[in-house]
Design a protein around this ligand. Structure first.
Ligand code: PHE
Length: 452
């Protein structure tokens, strides 16, 4: 593969790992995974989710990093160059194009939820949760959603935070932000776990999450766990590919993927343990759904000694996690713009920032003034974007990448880039050619049934 001239790269393998973990750990782990565990009956869902991470998640993460590093380009030009190398149609670049748009679409609603989190930092810090009950917590949340200007304020701030980092480039922006935010995030997480072990009902939480009860493993739980494994590991849209394109040649892709998957899953499970400890100790409902962290946890924070502090720390943790993920959502588009147009990184960041800011306005209005606007499948704007990206575009992108790496690229190129011993390579190849694609096709079968 010919080189593309000077290109930024991560300072070392740790910064790459931090950044990839930063991308993976986000609202998906802290906001979505716990409520999905709660809604899907606890331990059964956890076990299936873990199996999906091992069977499809890790092999696909290796695949995406491999594609990025071999191409040394943004996902669009990267897929095109790799297709050229394999004498395959250059139409494969559309996998990159679709990923780039998926990233922009995801950020438009991701930024709104991250905005809720920013608002809840202020609420927790100002003691607003003291002694509130379920009805009050719900009212706070609903009143907030009904106030477009407030939502707009936080959305604007989050877009500035995200593009502000990306504008500074790989080393001074992405790498530095992850170096500061990720260790802080892990430290806050430890404090929260320690606290919930001491003050919450940790034993019951652990039992709820880990005592295996296979009677609850339904087909729906299996497939939604698989879909969430993609979202949680940031797979299928080129974020991991573009991060891989900044990776030096000597770093082991397999080891990095396994570490990132372990940290991502570990954080999700630890946050879940902390949340359910507080939920059970306060007699709250584990199956509360998407409102879990916004409507349930404030009640627990309002009751506990030191709850203002713990609540503030919790929402800061979520904000940091969302921030490091959001950066990776726009990086494919920014890399494409800077490598293909005369725009500088800063100008590209403005362009993408404004685009996503406008898209986000449509999303935030869908919680109030445009509540009755329905797009695809009769869903509102927020739900349409969520479904379209996480359940259609990402799995489709993952499927295409698996097929490309497993069936289109030359096997010796793939093996050379992955640097795996033969037996491990054969195992990976088997997964990427058959197991992962079949699993993704199964998601689609489920989805078409769901959406109809
Ligand atoms: N993995 C992120 C999360 O769990 C979301 C994400 C998806 C980020 C796809 C980048 C790409 O919140």
């Amino acid at each position: 593969m010919p080189s593309t001239g000077h290109r930024s790269s991560w300072s070392n393998r740790w910064t790459f790992m931090l950044a990839t973990a930063g991308s993976a750990i986000g609202l998906g782990n802290i906001w979505k995974l716990p409520y999905m565990i709660g809604v899907n009956g606890g331990s059964a869902f956890v076990l299936v989710f873990l199996a999906c991470i091992v069977v499809a998640g890790i092999p696909l993460m290796m695949c995406e990093i491999m594609l990025g590093r071999r191409a040394q380009r943004n996902p669009v030009d990267g897929m095109q160059a790799l297709a050229h190398e394999a004498h395959a149609p250059t139409a494969w670049k559309w996998v990159g194009v679709s990923g780039l748009f998926a990233g922009l679409l995801i950020l438009s609603f991701y930024s709104i939820i991250a905005g809720w989190v920013l608002d809840y930092i202020v609420r927790a810090a100002s003691g607003q949760f003291h002694g509130i009950d379920g009805a009050t917590a719900k009212k706070y949340f609903n009143d907030f959603l009904a106030a477009p200007l407030e939502l707009l304020f936080w959305h604007t701030l989050f877009i500035f935070m995200t593009l502000g980092v990306v504008a500074r480039g790989v080393n001074a922006g992405l790498e530095k932000a992850n170096k500061i935010l990720m260790p802080t995030l892990l430290a806050i997480l430890m404090v929260l776990i320690g606290y919930s072990m001491a003050a919450g009902d940790f034993a019951r939480s652990a039992h709820f999450m880990f005592a295996p009860d296979f009677s609850k493993v339904t087909p729906v739980a299996v497939l939604s766990a698989l879909g969430h494994a993609f979202f949680s590991l940031s797979l299928g849209m080129g974020a991991v590919m573009v991060y891989g394109s900044y990776l030096q040649r000597h770093v082991s892709i397999a080891r990095t993927s396994i570490y990132v998957a372990l940290v991502d899953t570990g954080v999700g499970l630890l946050v879940g343990l902390a949340i359910f400890s507080l939920v059970f100790a306060n007699g709250l409902e584990p199956a509360a759904g998407p409102g879990l962290i916004f409507q349930t946890l404030p009640i627990a924070f309002g009751r506990m000694p030191g709850g203002d502090m713990i609540g503030t720390l919790f929402f800061v943790l979520v904000a940091f996690a969302a921030w490091t993920s959001a950066i990776s959502l726009v990086e494919p588009a920014i890399a494409w713009l800077t490598e293909n147009t005369s725009l500088t990184r800063k100008q590209s960041a403005w362009l993408i920032g404004i685009t996503d800011w406008l898209l986000g306005i449509a999303v935030l209005l869908s919680f109030n003034k445009w509540q009755d606007v329905h797009l695809l499948f009769g869903l509102g704007i927020f739900d349409t974007l969520d479904k379209l990206t996480s359940t259609i575009m990402l799995p489709l992108g993952g499927l295409a990448m698996a097929i490309f790496a497993g069936w289109v690229m030359r096997a010796n190129h793939v093996q050379e880039e992955l640097g795996l011993a033969n037996a491990t390579y054969q195992l990976w190849r088997l997964t990427i050619r058959y197991i992962a694609p079949l699993a993704i096709v199964a998601i689609f079968a489920y989805l078409t049934g769901l959406i109809k």
